[in-house]
Write a new protein. Structure first.
Length: 148
């Protein structure tokens, strides 16, 4: 699967978002090392704190489908999802909490997971690595000295 195809899946997933409060729809597509694809979208809640990010939605689906240790690449896109196509000119990167969740998958897999951060309209994207987005992150590797 090409970068553009994975981004297109993230853009399509964003159209399934439930974002009545912010009006900002985000979609995420995750590819496994075997080429299996899962998607997720953000889901807001009137109690704002209970909302769910697209990346968390997709990572949960990935865990059920093939396991976090098999995550290879992630595409994220966001913008105005009120029409038939996602709109927006600015690339969207994972929030801090999502970066932490992606780092968990990175630690489990031993791979510096590649992330395509795309604009809503798909015209702009950046290729990033999770360890550059959350340097010195805390994850399973940091728990080696825990008393078990």
């Amino acid at each position: 699967m090409t970068e553009k195809e994975l981004i297109a899946l993230a853009r399509s997933a964003a159209l399934k978002a439930y974002a009545p409060y912010s009006g900002f729809s985000v979609g995420c597509a995750i590819e496994s090392v075997d080429g299996e694809i899962v998607t997720g979208a953000n889901m807001e809640n009137a109690c704002y704190r209970l909302g769910l990010c697209a990346e968390q939605s997709a990572l949960t689906t990935a865990q059920h489908a093939f396991g976090l240790a098999r995550v290879a690449r992630i595409a994220v896109a966001g913008g105005d999802g009120s029409g038939e196509e996602l709109q927006g000119e600015q690339s969207v990167t994972p929030c801090g909490g999502c970066r932490q969740a992606i780092l968990e998958a990175s630690h489990l897999s031993g791979r510096d997971i590649e992330i395509y951060a795309a604009s809503g309209d798909g015209s702009v994207h950046e290729t990033l690595r999770i360890r550059s987005l959350i340097p010195h992150g805390f994850g399973p590797e940091n728990l080696k000295d825990a008393d078990r």
